[in-house]
Design a protein around this ligand. Sequence first.
Ligand code: GLA
Length: 398
Amino acid sequence: MDFTLHRSTLTPGFSHRLVKLVFSIALGVVVMSAQATTQGTQMIHQYPSASLSHYGYLSDKTAVSKVTLTNKHGIEVDVISYGGIITRITTPDNKGQMANIVLGMDDIHAYESANPYYGAIIGRYGNRIANGRFTLEGVDYQLGQNDGDNHLHGGHNGFDRKNWAMVPFTTENSSGVTLSYVSPDGDQGYPGTLDMQVVYTLTNNNTLDMKFSATTDKTTIVNMTQHSYFNLAGGGSILDHQLRIPSDSITPVDSGLIPTGELMPVAGTPFDFRDFKTIGQDINTNHEQMARGKGYDHNFVIKADIDDELIEAATVVEPTSGRQLTVLTDEPAVQFYSGNFMDGSTSRDGKPFDFRTGFCLEPQHYPDSPNQPAFPSTTLSPGEQYQIRIVYAFDVVK
Ligand code: GLA
C-alpha cells in the first residue's frame, strides 16, 4: 500500500459544494453588493466559519448549544457545550465523498443518558486510578468508583457531563471555539478549584488543533484528554484500518486495567505497531495483556521526556476510502482502545454501534500515575499552568 501523503487533494462532494455555492452567492448579493459592482463576479471569502446554534435541553432544562466549524476545504466539525463533545467530523475520502468519521449519538437526551464518552473532553483524570484513591502532600483522597473498584475518566460526573461555556471565533486561516469550565474544589472528590479552557481550532491545513489548559488554587492532579471514537470508513468494522504507533513499550495492566508499574517492550508482541499493520492482524492473539484488555485498551509510551514538543502519537489509514488520520501530541503516552466494550447498545440514525466499530487514540499521561512514583507526574500546583495539546490531522492517500 502507498502511504504517501497527497496534500491539497481535499475537495468536498458536489451537492455539498452546490449548497454552499448558492449560499455564498446569496450572501454575496446581500452583504457585498457594493463590492460586487466594482469587482464583477468575485465571490466573498466565506470560510473558515464558526456558527453557533441551539442543540437541545438537558433534563434539568439547561440549554445546550452547538458550534459548527468549517474550513475552506469543506471539512466540518460540530461541537456541543455538553461535555465539549465533538459530535461530528465530516471529511472527504480520496474521491471527494464526504462522510462523518466520528461516532456520536442522535440528540442531547441520548448523550445525557448513556454516552460511553463519545467525542468528550475527559477529566479531571483520564483513564483509571486504582480504587479511586491517592495521596497528595500527606492527605488521602477518595474519588468516585465508577469502573468496578476503580475510578475512570473523572468519575460519575466528569468533564464529559458538564455544560461548558462556548465562544466561537474565526481568524483568517482557522475557525474555532473556546470552551471554559470551572470545576469546584471537591468536585468528584478532587482537591482544588480547577479553572479550565479548552480551545478547538479547525485550520485550513486540515487539522483540528486542541489546547487544554488549567490552573488550580490547591495542589491537585490533572490528566485531560479527548475521547473521540473514529471510524474512517464512516461505519463498519475498524479491524481493516491500518495503524502505526511509534512506541517501543506499553504500561502492562492487571485484570482491572491498572498498570503494574512496569514497562513492557512491544517487540515480538501484538502491541508492536511501529510499522503499519491492521488493527485486526493480531487482535485475537493469545497474549495475557490482550486477554486483560479484551483487545487493545493500553497505554503506549511515545516519549521519554516531558516537554512541549509535538510528536506523532499514531497514524491511521483506512484503505478503501483512503482517509488518513494522524494524531499528534506533546503528551508522553497514548491510550489505544479498540472498542472492545462496544455491544450495539448505542446507535446513531438507527444504526447500532457494534463490537469494534470505533477506535480511540487518547493522548495522556499514564494511567494511575498518582499511585506510581516512577511514572511522569500528573500533579498540578497553584501558580503552575497545566497545558497540553492534541492535534488531529486529516488527509487522504490514493
Ligand atoms: C477508555 C478506557 C476503556 C473504556 C473506554 C470507554 O478508553 O480505557 O477501558 O472505558 O474508555 O468505554
